[in-house]
Write a protein that binds this ligand. Structure first.
Ligand code: PEP
Ligand code: MG
Length: 605
């Protein structure tokens, strides 16, 4: 069965079609292009893969001791987090304190601990498997009770279970280790932290039931070059590990148990995709210049240090956005100044004189770092996150700024501040930066001189509307259209249920982009766009037409955007942008843009 409509549907309904010979096809949202062909690995976040074996009678006591040690270690780790929570200001510290108290209770003679001990003693099961089985049983019991409070506790129980398993296996946060080559991950949900652990050498692609196109998980898939689809309702029902699976990230499809015709079709499609990628690579060395001679700077977004090779081979002029969250993911403690300094200076060494724009920690929302102990408020996207969190926990920002300044002695860096809404936040950052500089000076440690430029992410409507004022205090702007779209339209970027409404071409979003870009141009500070639309050739003419000359994107998208630029006439693009900005309807805007793009031909070489 081959259905090639290329249609993307929102994922709230069961989108399965059945074909001959047990073939199952699901349609959802393609979020990272390409074709993955491999073997399914069904990932359950609550159920880390652990060994399961039966103990000999004389091993039972030793196993009980091993489990008791894991419980004690977990209790000590949570104790440390409790200590940190006491330093948190106001209600966030209090809330985290309650949560951690509850974790401690679960470790003290609770049903969980007793149940595991029973499974070790009576069933002679190894401790890791006993923890998993007990957690599954408790979770099932809670889920069956249909009680909102207990449902909310399920994730807490799983968290304690994961911690115990990590302590037992002594393999922290490695849910995807030991996967065979060409594994296709099928999951209810992958967090950005999960995605950071995927190794493209073994993982061919992934599909999830939940998630939106602009979520960080989708962004990471594009950066890693992994074909990915989200919004695959019903995909996990009856699906087993080891089943043959195909992911078509371009058309938004998953095919399980493909027949031989389907397999042959997707092998051809994958070969064609890779051939086109290789062809675009030929643009690596040519400049990004429009037909009428306007130069555009193309930079890369970097999520993980491992991507630096593809950044370099894409021909990027520098890194326009380093998302530093990876340093804080999948760990219980905070990265030290020295550790961050080593990571950043290694990147600068690889960049060999190209500029590295380092965004300070943008934790919160869908980017959670347990090390920081963020307690989600009622609306995490609007809560204590990014620069707000950094100013409440200045020690985190100070450590990061010190590492950035020290790394800046080895190559050009810029500092980018996320989620800014007011001038006072920028002034506070500058004050902290000065005190960090003084400290380094007193200690005779080498650092970047003159101090690196400090830029503002324009990703909140209020910041875009206050762009004139912010530009006075900023050395550059980076427009983050992912969050700007989310906050302007009140559409959760990670929620597949509303992803069909997530529309960067909405006139409200475009007006804010234009307003911020013009404020930057008036203040004569550089302005870039680093949201996902910067890497989508559909938007290139419009962004250039709005005066943007600096785009930062996933390295994989750089050649195709360059190709579009080299086939563009800037005067015509500017004229079309003016017509577009007079429109009030996004469907009409999309049509005007697509018509304009449809007239562009040529391979850019
Ligand atoms: C954005 O919001 O557009 C952006 C680039 O930042 P992030 O996607 O990391 O939130
Ligand atoms: Mg953002």
């Amino acid at each position: 069965m081959i259905i090639e409509t290329g249609q993307q549907t929102s994922g709230n309904t069961d989108t399965e079609e059945r074909g001959p010979g047990g073939e199952r096809l699901f349609a959802g949202l393609g979020v990272s292009p390409g074709v993955a062909i491999g073997v399914a690995h069904v990932y359950d976040a609550g159920c880390v893969n652990v060994p399961e074996y039966r103990l000999a009678k004389d091993q039972v006591e030793a196993e009980k001791i091993r489990f008791a040690e894991a419980v004690a270690a977990a209790s000590a780790q949570i104790g440390k987090l409790q200590h940190k929570a006491r330093d948190l200001p106001g209600s966030s510290g209090e809330e985290l304190g309650y949560l951690l108290d509850a974790y401690q209770q679960m470790l003290k003679g609770s049903r969980l601990v007793r149940g595991v001990e029973r499974r070790i003693g009576e069933d002679r099961l190894n401790a890791e498997a006993a923890v998993q089985q007990e957690i599954s049983q408790i979770v099932q019991g809670f889920a069956a009770m249909d009680d909102a409070y207990l449902s909310a506790r399920i994730e807490d129980i799983r968290e304690v279970g994961r911690r115990l398993v990590r302590n037992l296996t002594k393999v922290p946060y490695r849910p995807f280790s030991n996967l065979p080559k060409n594994t296709v991950i099928l999951a209810e949900e992958l967090t950005p932290a999960d995605t950071a652990l995927l190794d493209p050498a073994n993982v061919a692609g992934f599909a999830t039931v939940l998630g939106g196109t602009a979520s960080h998980t989708a962004i990471m898939a594009r950066s890693l070059g992994l074909p990915a689809v989200v919004g695959m309702a019903g995909m996990l029902t009856g699906t087993r590990n080891g089943q043959p699976a195909i992911i078509d990230g371009s058309a938004g499809k998953v095919i399980l148990n493909p027949g031989s015709d389907t397999l042959a079709f997707y092998r051809r499609k994958r070969a064609e995709f890779l051939r086109q990628r290789r062809q675009l690579q030929r643009l690596r060395k040519v400049p990004a210049v429009t037909l009428d001679g306007a130069e555009v700077s193309l930079q890369a977004n970097l999520e993980l240090p491992a991507e630096i090779d593809s950044v370099l081979s894409s021909g990027a002029q520098g890194v326009g956005l380093l998302r530093t969250e990876f340093m804080y993911m999948n760990r219980d403690d905070l990265p030290s100044e020295d550790e961050q300094y080593v990571v950043l200076s290694n990147l600068l060494q690889r960049l060999a004189g190209r500029c590295l724009t380092i965004r300070t920690l943008d934790a919160g929302g869908d980017k959670i770092a347990p090390a920081i102990g963020i307690v989600e408020g009622p609306n995490p996207a609007l809560g204590l996150r990014a620069i707000r969190l950094a100013l409440k926990r200045p020690e985190i920002l100070e450590t990061q700024l010190a590492a950035i300044l020290r790394a800046g002695a080895h190559g050009p860096v810029r500092i980018l501040i996320p989620m800014v809404t007011s001038v006072s936040e920028l002034l506070a950052v500058r004050t902290i930066l000065q005190s960090v500089e003084q400290r380094l000076k007193r200690r005779h440690i080498a650092y970047a001189l003159p101090l690196p430029p400090v830029g503002t992410m324009i990703e909140v409507p209020g910041a875009a509307l206050a762009a004139d004022a912010l530009a006075w205090h900023s050395d550059f702007f980076a427009i983050g259209t992912n969050d700007l779209t989310q906050y302007t339209l009140a559409i959760d970027r990670a929620d597949e249920a509303v992803s069909s409404l997530y529309d960067p071409l909405h006139p409200a979003v475009l007006r804010l982009v234009q307003f911020a870009a013009e404020a930057a141009l008036r203040a004569r500070i550089p302005v870039s766009v680093c949201g996902e639309i910067a890497g989508d050739p559909r938007f290139t003419a419009l962004l250039l037409g709005l005066g943007i000359r600096d785009l930062s994107m996933a390295a994989a998208n750089l050649p195709v955007v360059k190709q579009r630029i080299r086939n563009l006439d800037l005067v015509a693009a500017t004229r079309r942008a003016r017509v577009i900005m007079d429109q009030s309807d996004s469907a009409r805007i999309a049509q005007l843009l697509d018509d304009f793009n449809g007239n562009i031909i040529g391979d850019g070489l």
